[in-house]
Design a binder for this molecule. Structure first.
Ligand SMILES: Cc1cc2nc3c(=O)[nH]c(=O)nc-3n(C[C@H](O)[C@H](O)[C@H](O)COP(=O)(O)OP(=O)(O)OC[C@H]3O[C@@H](n4cnc5c(N)ncnc54)[C@H](O)[C@@H]3O)c2cc1C
Length: 481
C-alpha cells in the first residue's frame, strides 16, 4: 500500500484491537473515544495531505522498491536537494498542526529511514538483526504505518552519578527466549501517540552510562500496538469535548501520552533489531545518525511553533493596542529572534549537510542538535512573554455559549477593544490560553523541556558532539603569539 489516506489510517487503527485504558475504563475504539478522536482526526488530516494535488509533490516521493508514492519522511535522502525536500515536507506537516503535534508520524519515520540505511551496523555481530531492520523499514514504509516509541525506563530513585537505575521488576527487560522470539516484561514511558499508533518501537538510549556489555535491559524491537500483553495507560485527555472556539488546540491536537506495560509480551525474532548488546545500543543514535535526523524533524516543528506563537503574540498586541509600547516591542523582538534562530539553524544544517558513512545526506549535527537544546529554555520563555503581553485578557474569555446567553449585550459592549469586536478578541485569547495556560498548553511547555531527554543529558550530548579542539586551538594560538 503506498502513501495512505486519513481514512486508511483510521481503518488501520480500527482493524487492530489494542488494550488502552483512560480514566479507569478500557477504550473500545480509539478512533471514536471523545478523549482521543480529535487527535486521530488531525493525524488523519496529515495523511490526507499526501493526496492533495497541490501538496502531493511536497509530501511524497517514489518508493525505492515499488516506485509508488510513499510518505517523504520515509526517504533516506542521498542528496542535499532530497534532504531539503524532506525538510519542507516536515515543515508543511508541522505548520498544519501549529507545531503542536510534536509526535506526528515523521518523527519516527526519519529515525527508521536512517536505521534502514545503516542496517549493516545492526547486523555486524548478528547478521539476522541487519536483515530484520532492513525488512522492517521496508514494511513500515510501504504500508505507511504510524509509530510511537517508549524509550524511558521508570526509575524508583535517582542518584547524583547520573546513572540510570534499572530495577528488576520495573525496567523493561528480557525474561526468556523461545523459538518464536524474546519474552519481555516491565514498563516504559512515555509513549506519546501510543494509543493511536499502529506500532510501538522500543529502544533505549538511557543505557548511555552503563558499562557492562551484556544486559537483559539492552533492547531494540518494534511490535504492533495490539500485541498480546501490551497495555497503554493514558493520562487525562486534554480534549475536553468543547468546540473549536472554546478549546481551539485541545479539541484538535491531543496526541496523548501513555505509560506502557509489557506483561510477558512475545516479540517475534524478526522484530528484534538488537539484543543484550549495551555498547551497540549506546552507539546507535550517533553511529547511524538517527538522532540527527529526528533533530531535523524537531527543528521543523520548532520553526512552525515559533511562527505560530509570534503570529499569535502580534495579534494579541493588535487586539490590546499595546504594540507601540516599548516593552511590548522588546518582547516581540525576542520572539522574532527565536523564530529566525530556528529558521537559520534549520537552513544552515541543511546547507552544511554531508553524506554519512551509510550514504544518507545528513544535516550538520551540532547545528541541528542546537535547536533541541535551545528550545528547552526558549519555548518556556516564549510562553512567559505571552503571559506578560496578555495579562488579564487570558481570563476575559467567556465561552461560545455565553455569546448566545443573557449577557450577550454586556459581553459585546465591554469586551470589544478599539481594534477588535468582542467575539474576535475572545476567540483570539481562548487560543492564547490554550497555548499558554490550559492543561494542553502546560503540557506543551513540559514537552519542549523534556521530550528530547533531560537538560543534563542534552548538555552532555552537545559536549560530546562539539569540536572542542578547534576553539581551544584558537586560544592556544593567541597565547603563543
Ligand atoms: C510531554 C512529554 C512527552 C514525552 N514523550 C515521550 C515519548 O513519546 N517517548 C519517550 O520515550 N519518551 C517521551 N518523553 C519522556 C522524556 O524522554 C523524559 O521525560 C525525559 O527523558 C526525562 O526523563 P524523566 O521524565 O524520567 O525525568 P528525570 O530523569 O526524573 O529528570 C527530572 C529532573 O531531574 C534531573 N535529574 C535526574 N537525574 C539526575 C541526576 N542523576 N543528576 C542530576 N539531575 C538529575 C533531570 O535533569 C531533570 O531536570 C516525554 C516527556 C514529556 C514530558
Amino acid at each position: 500500500m503506498p502513501a495512505r489516506t486519513g481514512r486508511q489510517y483510521i481503518e488501520g487503527l480500527r482493524a487492530q484491537e489494542r488494550e488502552v485504558w483512560l480514566g479507569g475504563e478500557r477504550v473500545r475504539d480509539v478512533t471514536s473515544h471523545p478523549g482521543l478522536a480529535g487527535g486521530v482526526k488531525s493525524i488523519a488530516a496529515l495523511y490526507d495531505m499526501q493526496h492533495d494535488p497541490a501538496l502531493r509533490e511536497v509530501m511524497t516521493c517514489a518508493s525505492p522498491t515499488s516506485g509508488e508514492p510513499i510518505g517523504r519522511s520515509f526517504d533516506a535522502p542521498t542528496t542535499r536537494e532530497g534532504l531539503e525536500a524532506r525538510g519542507r515536507m516536515m515543515l508543511t506537516w508541522a505548520r498544519a498542526t501549529c507545531g503542536m503535534m510534536g509526535r506526528s508520524p515523521d518523527f519516527m519515520n526519519v529515525s527508521y529511514a536512517a536505521w534502514g540505511a545503516a542496517a549493516d551496523f545492526f547486523g555486524e555481530k548478528r547478521a539476522e538483526f541487519g536483515r530484520n531492520i532492513r525488512n522492517y523499514v521496508e514494511y513500515i514504509r510501504e504500508n505507511d504505518l504510524t509509530l510511537t516509541h517508549a524509550l524511558i525506563n521508570l526509575q524508583r530513585s535517582r542518584d547524583a552519578s547520573g546513572m540510570f537505575n534499572l530495577e528488576e521488576g520495573t525496567a523493561l527487560q528480557v525474561i526468556r527466549e523461545t523459538d518464536a522470539g524474546i519474552v519481555v516484561r516491565g514498563a516504559r514511558i512515555l509513549a506519546t501517540l501510543g494509543p493511536i499508533s499502529d506500532e510501538i518501537a522500543v529502544y533505549s538510549p538511557r543505557l548511555g552510562r552503563h558499562t557492562e556489555n551484556h544486559s537483559p535491559f539492552a533492547l531494540h524491537f518494534a511490535i504492533p500496538c495490539g500485541t498480546k500483553g501490551l497495555k497503554f495507560l493514558c493520562r487525562d485527555s486534554f480534549d475536553l469535548g468543547r468546540s473549536h472556539f472554546d478549546h481551539p488546540l485541545g479539541s484538535r491536537f491531543e496526541e496523548m501520552d501513555s505509560i506502557v506495560f509489557f506483561d510477558d509480551v512475545l516479540v517475534p525474532w524478526e522484530r528484534v533489531f538488537l539484543l543484550y548488546d549495551v555498547d551497540r545500543l549506546n552507539r546507535t543514535a550517533q553511529v547511524t545518525q538517527s538522532a540527527t535526523h529526528s533533530a531535523h524533524q524537531g527543528a521543523a516543528k520548532n520553526l512552525a511553533k515559533c511562527e505560530f506563537v509570534l503570529g499569535l503574540a502580534l495579534l494579541m498586541t493588535k487586539a490590546l493596542g499595546n504594540g507601540h509600547l516599548a516593552h511590548t516591542e522588546e518582547r516581540i523582538g525576542e520572539l522574532m529572534l527565536q523564530t529566525e534562530l530556528m529558521r537559520g539553524c534549520m537552513r544552515a544544517a541543511e546547507a552544511d549537510a554531508a553524506p554519512n558513512q551509510w550514504g544518507v545526506m545528513t544535516p550538520r549535527v551540532v547545528t541541528i542538535e542546537s535547536t533541541r537544546n535551545l528550545f528547552m529554555t526558549a519555548y518556556p520563555r516564549m510562553i512567559e512573554i505571552l503571559h506578560l503581553l496578555g495579562s488579564s485578557s487570558f481570563l476575559l474569555t467567556p465561552s461560545e455559549a455565553d455569546f448566545d446567553g443573557p449577557l450577550k449585550a454586556d459581553i459585546e459592549q465591554y469586551l470589544a477593544t478599539d481594534t477588535m469586536a468582542a467575539k474576535d478578541r475572545v476567540k483570539l485569547f481562548r487560543l492564547a490560553w490554550d497555548v499558554a495556560g490550559s492543561a494542553f498548553g502546560s503540557r506543551q511547555v513540559l514537552y519542549e523541556r523534556f521530550f528530547a531527554s533531560d537538560p543534563l543529558t542534552r548538555a552532555r550530548i552537545m559536549s560530546t558532539l562539539y569540536d572542542k579542539d578547534e576553539v581551544m586551538d584558537r586560544v592556544r594560538a593567541f597565547l603563543d603569539s
